[in-house]
Design a protein around this ligand. Structure first.
Ligand code: FES
Length: 167
């Protein structure tokens, strides 16, 4: 038989420490998970978002293409809808432009101003962009419209996160 005997006091200390630790873990673990969980979740950022625009149907005339995705902001999820102006350039390359005016963020329209056909027009301060999204000199915008990267998946246009272009 062992000479080392556990006293009643030691036994109570071990038992209370064990039970206390177990209860503390039970309380703290859900709180820790609640705090860290959104950070660990995959956000889908950087992915290409599907649109219902068939690649084969894209012509040289810009068309408005809407697409939606779920945005996760910490614990808050929201459905975001964005728009791109999409067309094929002279070499057959797809161009997908952001409709957000680079002056102060209004929405530009293709052929929105009868006096300037074949331009993107921003009605807020009469901003003008050429078809490739480059700002027209002496109008308020100081840089081109942002450009969406794109990919073709199963014949449908998928768009990535719009990228800023410098003047
Ligand atoms: S917001 Fe477009 S021109 Fe000012």
């Amino acid at each position: 038989m062992s000479k080392h005997r556990v006293s009643r006091r030691q036994f109570l200390n071990y038992t209370l420490t064990g039970v206390g630790g177990f209860m503390a873990a039970g309380i703290l673990m859900p709180m820790l998970r609640f705090a860290v969980d959104p950070v660990l979740k995959a956000t889908g950022k950087g992915d290409y978002i599907p649109t219902n625009q068939k690649i084969a149907d894209i012509t040289s005339e810009p068309v408005r293409v809407n697409f939606s995705y779920t945005q996760v902001d910490a614990w808050y999820e929201s459905e975001i809808t964005e728009t791109a102006w999409v067309y094929k350039d002279d070499s057959g390359e797809i161009v997908a432009l952001s409709p957000i005016c680079t002056h102060l963020g209004c929405t530009v329209n293709w052929n929105g101003e009868p006096g300037h056909p074949d331009h993107f027009f921003c009605p807020c301060h009469y901003g003008l962009y050429t078809k490739d999204g480059v700002q027209v000199a002496n109008t308020p915008p100081t840089r081109p419209l942002d450009l969406y990267p794109y990919t073709d998946k199963d014949g449908f246009l998928h768009l990535g996160k719009a990228k800023r272009r410098e003047a």
